[in-house]
Design a protein around this ligand. Structure first.
Ligand code: PEP
Ligand code: MN
Length: 354
């Protein structure tokens, strides 16, 4: 039997308010590691909203490695996150650790997060399955992809299909980074689980200098978004200071992602233009053959003049300079003429040889 019984045929799209994971967009969830105070959270929320983040994050319950480290503001943190989300218009996400907190958390949050250390907290997964709220399920730092997908299965099987997976780095022998972002897990988990997968370079690397390259790597392998930690003053952060970005660093990360996605769009457009040009040349070669067969002349200057007028008018309507588009078309037409002549000559030479 398929261990992933709730796998959809088509890839799932998960909506959190107006934000969608899995529809080809790349939403960025940003905010501080921990909610420390109202002023710290509001400053972070304004930074991320202004730079174009799609969702606000912040930890209210912090599962710290040491019990003596800052553990978070708890319910008061959730309340602060809710009002920062309202103030900036961003949907919110925060981690919950215990099943008994789930119900109250659903009243404050738009999405509930399962942290890496709780990936196999079965009672928590079941409680989240019963809520119907979107869930962000982080990969356990020592979990296989199959274990991660089976953890998701607990939520799906309890009736909640709104699950987004988050690759946040796994423990390896490498010590230069805090964890190792498992880039191949993104396409593998997407293919096996049919759920959206985002990346969290902050917890993977533990170093702010690696966030941008890893964010781009995530995009390149088809991630459905990312999570990144942003703090108004990372040096004074109560947790994860070395990996949090300040306002300028987050703004430049967003600029890089934006430029990158526009370049991708330009590349897709250029690809289509070149293939359309090839089809255009092919069609004019066919016309050339038909004309030759009927003994008609290849060139027809009045037809070319009409084409230039039509595309010039179309260009003006599309907001382009008609002279520039006419000039581009003159090159296209001259290439079409050359292609027609080459093909006619080849046919004649073939005829002579035959
Ligand atoms: C977090 O996102 O706040 C967090 C603790 O991350 P992880 O569970 O991936 O360590
Ligand atoms: Mn953190």
């Amino acid at each position: 039997m398929d261990p992933m019984r709730h796998r959809n045929e088509a890839a799932t799209v998960v909506a959190v308010g107006t934000v969608s994971f899995g529809d080809g967009s790349y939403p960025v969830i940003a905010g501080p590691c921990a909610i420390e105070s109202e002023s710290q959270l509001m400053a972070a929320a304004r930074i991320v909203a202004e730079a174009g983040a799609s969702m606000l994050r912040g930890g209210a319950y912090k599962p710290r490695t040491s019990p003596y480290s800052f553990q978070g503001l708890g319910r008061e943190g959730l309340r602060l996150l809710h009002s920062a989300g309202q103030a900036t218009g961003l949907p919110t996400v925060a981690e919950v650790m215990e099943p008994r907190e789930v119900e109250i958390a659903t009243t404050y949050l738009d999405m509930l997060q399962v942290g890496s250390r709780n990936m196999q907290n079965v009672p928590l997964l079941r409680a989240l399955g019963e809520t119907g709220k979107p869930v962000l399920l982080k990969r356990g730092f020592a979990a296989t992809i199959e274990e991660w997908l089976l953890a998701a299965e607990y939520i799906l099987d309890a009736g909640n299909s709104h699950v987004v997976l988050c690759e946040r780095g796994i423990r390896t022998f490498e010590t230069q980074t805090r964890n190792t972002l498992d880039i191949s897990a993104v396409p593998v988990a997407k293919a096996l689980g049919r759920l959206p997968v985002i990346v969290d370079p902050s917890h993977a690397a533990g170093r702010r200098d690696l966030i941008t390259p890893l964010a781009l790597a995530g995009r390149a392998v088809g991630a459905d978004g990312m999570m990144v930690e942003v703090h108004p003053s990372p040096d004074t952060a109560l947790s994860d200071g070395p990996q949090q970005l300040d306002a300028d660093q987050f703004t430049s990360l967003m600029d890089v992602l934006d430029i990158h996605s526009r370049r991708e769009e330009i590349d897709r457009i250029d690809h289509r233009i070149v293939h359309l040009l090839a089809r255009r040349v092919e069609a004019s070669i066919e016309i050339g053959r038909a004309k030759t067969a009927r003994g008609l002349p290849l060139l027809s200057p009045s037809r070319e003049e009409t084409i230039l007028d039509v595309v010039g008018d179309e260009a003006a309507r599309a907001g382009l300079d008609p002279r520039v588009v006419r000039a581009m078309y003159e090159s296209i037409l001259s290439e079409s003429r050359r292609a027609q002549q080459r093909s006619t000559l080849a046919a004649v030479q073939g005829g002579i040889g035959a």
